[in-house]
Write a new protein. Structure first.
Lengths: 259, 259
DNA sequence: CGGCTCTTTGAGCGTTCTCAAAGGGTGTGG
DNA sequence: CCACACCCTTTGAGAACGCTCAAAGAGCCG
């Protein structure tokens, strides 16, 4: 489950205390316009043609955010910007009144951040790894959208993709067996070429067990046990805790199809 | 949990067997164009101005779907239409390979149905109550969108609303305590004026315990126990099984804010 | 080589799932 | 109008999964 207030120095407590403690490096915002020189398959870009990219670049700036730096934005903040991930991984999360954290989504390069409701961010966003983001002022973005219908249409497609992803996760979380949830999660990670190498069948897990636990709505200890069981069953092999060899790929793929 | 194959005449088995058994009345599609005469607060309409409504009406037809009739569409079907709910309630669901059902969302009047991926519906849709839908051919809709940027923008806003709703549910499902989930669900229903009367504090629950169970990822029996506990605690009062008086509204509202 | 974070493993307990069965409510057919 | 059948809902008892607390091992950085 998502973790409550830190009662002691339990794992949950340590994790919860982590982020607030060290936010010495405020998000450094560099006024570097977005030149289309990215290397990673940026899904947002694929969606846009050259002219659209230019127009967006004119209003974009770059934000570098360090892992465990403070949040990019917090739920309830006045929403001034839309972000897109260029490099690294960002988590979108929501904290309940009890202080429980629930990660709603991990955002990969190409994903859009900054869903707002009534002018305020609906969720919080934090860097899982060091990452680089593009920042678009909402005000200028709106002007751009009304001027450029096609851009708008493409963003619509994008939004429905995000929606689809949210529903995917929903059906994963709903599974009773935590082991199943974990396999679904691994299958999801395997879709990213930057994390999974088909030849060696090795998967890099870029986030901690705590992050995964907050995402799959379980406890990190339970995850560790599930990893153990999967290894015992010959489904996977733990090379390092964050580097997994997928042995029974057929088994895993079965879960991927279910998404 | 979502229910598996019917092993006997258990409740789950009965529910699972229900839908496929009786699909004698295929969705009757009447070629009645959408005249803006609806009574219920249709959110889609609110979003559109008069001219936009006229344009949409030109390509829309009406679909009447009876409760427990066959599905409106099934995941994997070739996606030809976008739907919007006019009256009644529709459930969006996904079945895993094991035959487990997971309701991803209940769609109320004004909501849009028919999220597709690669030209095929991503989920299935069934009527929870008798309902009336508007049906828009995707082909014509696309033409309309490219011609009418503003309409497009409004659909974008709509899509982000749906996304927000999906994330909301996600954080609800993630709660460990089923009782909490149920309260969140009730709070969600209370937002609909057509279901909740503020004066009498009475809430109509339009779906069965099985539907709710598939939505909250639990078992109908557990739900019954939660209703019992809430009543015992003086939070609610069961007038009928589908008609609840919200006694401790402050308590319930607390959960609504967390959404 | 500490100190730190992250991960793994163990033991005990609680919630919830499953199976089982009985009690309402509604609709249909006689 | 009544009776039956079906569906929905509720309650009970036992078993299992996962959470919590506790602690030790592993990797990384200064």
């Amino acid at each position: 489950m998502a973790h409550k207030e830190p009662p002691s120095h339990s794992p949950a407590a340590r994790r919860a205390a982590r982020a607030p403690g060290k936010a010495p490096s405020a998000p450094s915002i560099q006024a570097i316009p977005w030149t289309a020189t990215g290397d990673d398959a940026s899904r947002v870009r694929q969606l846009l043609n050259r002219r659209e990219q230019r127009e967006l670049a004119n209003i974009a700036s770059v934000v570098d955010l360090r892992r465990n730096a403070g949040p990019l934005f917090v739920a309830g903040d006045k929403a001034g910007y839309l972000y897109s991930v260029d490099l690294g991984i960002v988590r979108i999360l929501k904290e309940s009144f009890a202080g429980e954290r629930q990660v709603l989504a991990f955002m990969f390069p190409g994903d859009l951040l900054g869903l707002a409701e009534a002018g305020r961010y609906a969720n919080s966003a934090e860097a899982v790894t060091n990452c680089r983001l593009y920042r678009y002022p909402l005000k200028e973005l709106e002007q751009l959208l009304t001027r450029d219908p096609l851009l708008d249409l493409h963003l619509l497609v994008k939004a429905s993709h995000e929606l689809r992803a949210a529903q995917r996760i929903l059906s994963v979380i709903a599974r009773q067996d935590v082991c199943d949830r974990l396999v679904c999660f691994l299958a999801l990670l395997m879709r990213h070429e930057s994390l999974y190498d088909r030849k060696s069948r090795r998967l890099v897990i870029p986030m901690t067990r705590f992050d995964i636990a907050d995402y799959l709505a379980t406890a990190p200890e339970t995850l560790a046990r599930c990893f153990g069981r999967l290894e015992q069953q010959g489904r996977i092999r733990r090379i390092e805790s964050r580097l997994i060899e997928m042995v029974d790929t057929a088994f895993i793929s079965g879960f991927d199809n279910a998404l």
